[in-house]
Design a protein around this ligand. Structure first.
Ligand SMILES: *Cc1c(COP(=O)(O)O)cnc(C)c1O
Length: 419
């Protein structure tokens, strides 16, 4: 058990004191947070930063608006995917030149899984967990269908994964943090198990990049993708990123031969030849406005020690769980994430029979979390702008939702297209 778990401050004032001494306290001012909201969904959509708002305005009005197409050179738009990639690299334990920003996480998964299969041509299995994020499984299924020739996706139960890596597995694909349970995987151990069998791993960092100090290089990871709009706060539909370890870059190829991944896009050659380095994992023209928003959102990470970020995330999670146990006992809530902060990503997951309605009742009272079928309530922990007192207040409101049975109001059962 961690120190924080054994010594939860029992007063709001004690937590306010922790907030005053918090080395990350100043980061909150970088965000344009709406009044009266306790935001616990930064793991699904990070909030707007003042820097992104300013940058999008500048790129729209001064660059696109005034310099038009010349901006590709004058404002160096063309290299923005690589420049933002280098900024992300620093936050995920990669080296400069190992990350490029492009496309969506789903598309990038497809590209890397295809590259991995081509690097292991004698093998036919893509291995994953049945509980992995659906788009990861779907992209693998689509790729297997496209490849034919016996290529298949094999899905196993969590816990059975490393034992299932055999000589037919070309590539394992796994989320670094499980989107429902928040469980954090041991990247180095899974990587070793795969390497022992000659298999590659494609990591999905959607729920870990920007939330903790991912160490791709130190754990020997070969391939990874991740998300720009979650913990990196890049904005809705922000472009995603691709990581390929330097030692693989010459041999790894994107299956999507787009012109911006070409060695010389403006030679307009009839035949494809991949660019040197990570740039080959680009495909078409980058979405400059979205990329600029992401670039600016990363400013808040400048000068931040990711160890401080992680420490606070674990403390917020321990506090949340301690308070739930203390305040919401006997209300049918179960803890669905690891109790040990070191094994947990940057979220708290709870289960409740009426989970959907409970989350809607919370949102109505200004506590924004989300719900995942069948019964999981998720609360993202985002130390850059969350305070310890926010956790205190959120759990107090959760308790009130149970005490008043507010979640039984039938309007909280109505489901929107997005949950
Ligand atoms: C959020 C998330 C994605 C999202 O993929 P998109 O292509 O951006 O929609 C993919 N994988 C995981 C594990 C996620 O959590």
């Amino acid at each position: 058990m961690t120190a924080a778990a054994t010594s939860t401050p029992r007063t709001r004032e004690a937590l306010a004191e922790l907030d005053r001494r918090d080395p990350l306290a100043g980061c909150r001012d970088a965000f344009a947070l709406p009044e009266g909201i306790l935001y616990f969904d930064g793991n699904s959509l990070g909030p707007l930063t003042h820097a992104s708002r300013r940058r999008v305005r500048e790129v729209t009005e001064r660059q696109w608006g005034r310099d038009l197409i010349g901006s590709w050179n004058v404002h160096d738009w063309i290299h923005l995917p690589l420049k933002v990639g280098d900024r992300i690299a620093r936050l995920i334990g990669a080296a400069a030149g190992e990350v490029v920003v492009a496309d969506s996480t789903s598309v990038n998964l497809f590209k890397l899984l295809a590259a991995a299969l081509a690097l292991r041509p004698e093998r036919r299995t893509i291995l994953s967990e049945a509980s992995n994020f659906p788009t990861d499984l779907y992209m693998a299924q689509g790729l297997a269908d496209l490849k034919g020739a016996g290529v298949r996706l094999r899905q196993v139960a969590p816990g059975d994964l490393t034992a299932a890596i055999d000589a037919d597995v070309a590539v394992v694909t796994l989320s670094h943090v499980d989107f429902k349970t928040g469980e954090l995987r041991d990247m180095a151990a899974v990587g070793r198990a795969a390497r022992d069998q000659g298999a590659l791993v494609v990591w999905d960092l959607a729920h870990s990049a920007g939330a903790l100090a991912v160490d791709l290089g130190g754990s020997g990871a070969e391939l990874a993708v991740g998300c720009g709009y979650k913990f990196f706060n890049g904005g809705p539909g922000a472009p995603a990123f691709v990581y390929v370890a330097r030692r693989l870059q010459e041999r790894a190829r994107s299956p999507l031969y787009g012109w911006l991944g070409h060695r010389e896009p403006f030679a307009f050659e009839a035949c494809y030849a991949p660019a040197e380095g990570i740039g080959r994992f680009q495909c078409g023209t980058p979405p400059i406005l979205a990329l600029a928003a992401l670039d600016a959102a990363l400013d808040v990470f400048d000068g931040i020690d990711l160890a401080d970020l992680r420490r606070k995330s674990v403390a917020l999670g321990d506090l949340f769980l301690d308070l739930v146990e203390q305040e919401c006992a006997g209300m049918g809530l179960e803890i669905a994430c690891p109790r040990d902060g070191e094994r947990r990503g940057s979220q708290v997951s709870l289960r409740h029979r009426r989970g959907y309605a409970v989350v809607q009742a919370l949102i109505d009272r200004g506590v924004v979390g989300d719900f995942r079928v069948p019964d999981v309530l998720r609360f993202g922990l985002t130390p850059l702008y969350q305070r310890h007192v926010d956790v205190w207040d959120a759990v107090a409101i959760l308790r009130q939702v149970f005490e008043t049975r507010a979640f039984e109001d039938p309007r909280y059962d109505r489901r929107g297209a997005v949950t």
